[in-house]
Design a protein around this ligand. Structure first.
Ligand code: ATP
Ligand code: MG
Length: 327
């Protein structure tokens, strides 16, 4: 059965007249049906999609590429498709980071104007920074803003003991990026630069990294390719120049801590909170920790404080949250 996300995605793409997105979602439903052992239903859905695609192709001028395939077969084990509704405004970022990210979205909305002058929107982005600071959320927000599916590449599926296999799997992912426009998110790319691939065989890992570099370099698709890492220092220098833009994420400053809390639990009436004390107490925690602490405080407020969140409740939740991190 289609998930509610898929249904919402279908309704939205239908309303937006985005047929290729609509069909891509339908193909995912076929894939899910196949996985659930409903091969016949999957086959019927695919036949319908095939018919719709050929009808659409005959209506369209020949120059427009016909998007094909969404993750199916082996590719389904390598990428996971989602349809995020996240927006850039959901992220708490510095003004400059926010405007740079919005700049990327604007470029994709002005593809034709750029093309007239021989330019293209930037598509290959590197996000780096500590855990829980918004890298994955940014990939989702870009997909949400651009109304594209988010294909999260599962590197654990891509990396195998055998170099040839890994390169072939990476190639499948890049082929998909060419045939189905989307945001392709390579999380933890440092895994390719470190010793995860085969029994600490660094040489092996380096060859895998090299094939990633080569595919990145050769990619001329219209997809957005985003790589994220907690450890930019581990990455091969050569990887940086393959990207069109890099974004460094950091732990929130005290003012951002307040903004993260308000964004999450602002409906709890936070008028009397001493933001300076809360911001100082939260310094050193990630945005993800602050969200978790805010929700902890909200839970306590509901159970024990008649739904009112005050400074002490937030401070206690922040202290408790710190316990999660090893000293
Ligand atoms: N900049 C931010 N603004 C608002 N919320 C944030 C931000 N960063 C993180 N969060 C909150 O923390 C959660 C986890 O963040 P996210 O998954 O984007 O972190 P990440 O940088 O990808 O971490 P990791 O390196 O561990 O993958 C988000 O879903 C969101 O609730
Ligand atoms: Mg992440």
């Amino acid at each position: 059965m289609a998930s509610s996300k898929q249904l919402m995605g279908m309704i939205r793409s239908h309303a937006a007249g985005d047929e290729s997105m609509f069909l891509s979602i339908v193909e995912h439903i076929a894939l899910d049906a196949e996985r659930a052992g409903r091969g016949r239903m999957a086959g019927e859905i695919r036949t319908l999609v095939g018919n719709l695609r050929s009808e659409a192709a005959s209506r369209r001028p020949a120059t427009r590429p016909t998007p094909i395939a969404s993750p199916r077969g082996e590719l389904a084990g390598l990428v996971r498709a989602t349809y995020p509704e996240t927006r850039i405004s959901d992220l708490v970022l510095s003004d400059s980071a926010e405007s740079r990210i919005r700049g990327i979205v604007r470029e994709h909305g002005a593809i034709e104007a750029l093309a007239e002058r021989g330019l293209e929107p930037r598509r290959k982005l590197l996000l780096s920074g500590p855990p829980g600071t918004g890298k994955t959320m940014t990939a989702a927000a870009l997909a949400g803003e651009l109304k594209l599916p988010l294909f999260t590449v599962m590197l654990d599926g891509v990396i195998t003991k055998y170099m040839g296999e890994t390169a072939a799997k990476l190639r499948m992912v890049f082929d998909a990026a060419s045939s189905t426009r989307g945001v392709y998110f390579f999380d933890e790319v440092d895994a390719l630069a470190t010793s995860r691939s085969s029994d600490n065989d660094i040489g092996e890992a380096r060859r895998v990294l090299n094939s990633l570099l080569q595919f990145l370099e050769e990619d001329e698709s219209s997809s957005v390719l985003i790589a994220a890492t907690n450890y930019p220092a581990l990455l091969d220098d050569a990887i940086f120049r393959r990207f069109d833009a890099a974004f460094a994420y950091d732990l929130p400053d005290p003012a951002q801590i307040g903004r993260v809390i308000v964004a999450r639990i602002g409906d709890f009436g936070l008028g009397d909170v001493d933001w300076r004390r809360v911001g100082d107490a939260g310094t050193g925690l990630s945005q993800a920790d602050i969200v978790a602490a805010a929700r902890d405080a909200a839970r306590t407020a509901v159970l024990d404080h008649e739904g009112v969140i005050d400074t002490e409740l937030l401070l206690q939740a922040i202290v408790d949250r710190r316990e999660i991190h090893p000293k």
